[in-house]
Write a new protein. Structure first.
Length: 147
């Protein structure tokens, strides 16, 4: 599975890339929303299975990036990494994305990515909300969703 990882912090980006590659994923990195948009617009977005997006980035935050990225025909699913206040995450849920709070629990992140990719591949349902407390199509579930 191919993951587009967008994070402006080199240490975070490099660590997550290493973690995801060790888990068997192909990882494409971008340092900003603008760079990621260029990648998506060059026609190779069809190979992206998931976008892992930092929320707080200079110039264009994660929410702004997703709104622009999803104005195109192809809408790869997304999981946002964030340290923002919980009340601000309502906008993310309204966009139809899941999110994970910083500091990142790497085991939980990997479990969530795997569940997210299986769910999307199986039936295309959207997963939204915080990863230890999120919803599939608006119905709350845990890490081992029913059905």
């Amino acid at each position: 599975m191919s993951i587009l990882l967008i994070d402006d912090e080199p240490d975070v980006r490099d660590s997550l890339k290493t973690l995801l590659e060790a888990a068997g994923h192909e990882v494409i990195t971008a340092v900003s929303g603008s760079e990621a948009l260029k990648y998506l617009k060059n026609g190779t977005s069809k190979s992206i299975s998931l976008m892992l997006v930092d929320y707080s980035m200079p110039g264009m935050n994660g929410e702004e990036f997703l709104r622009k990225a999803w104005s195109e025909e192809r809408r790869p699913p997304a999981l946002v990494i964030t340290a923002i206040a919980p009340w601000r995450t309502i906008d993310l849920i309204d966009l139809g994305v899941g999110y994970i709070r910083k500091p990142i629990n790497t085991n939980l992140l990997l479990q969530t990515i795997e569940m997210y990719l299986r769910k999307e591949a199986r039936d295309g349902r959207k997963i939204t909300g915080r990863v230890d407390h999120f919803a599939v199509d608006g119905r709350p579930v845990g890490l081992q969703p029913q059905g």
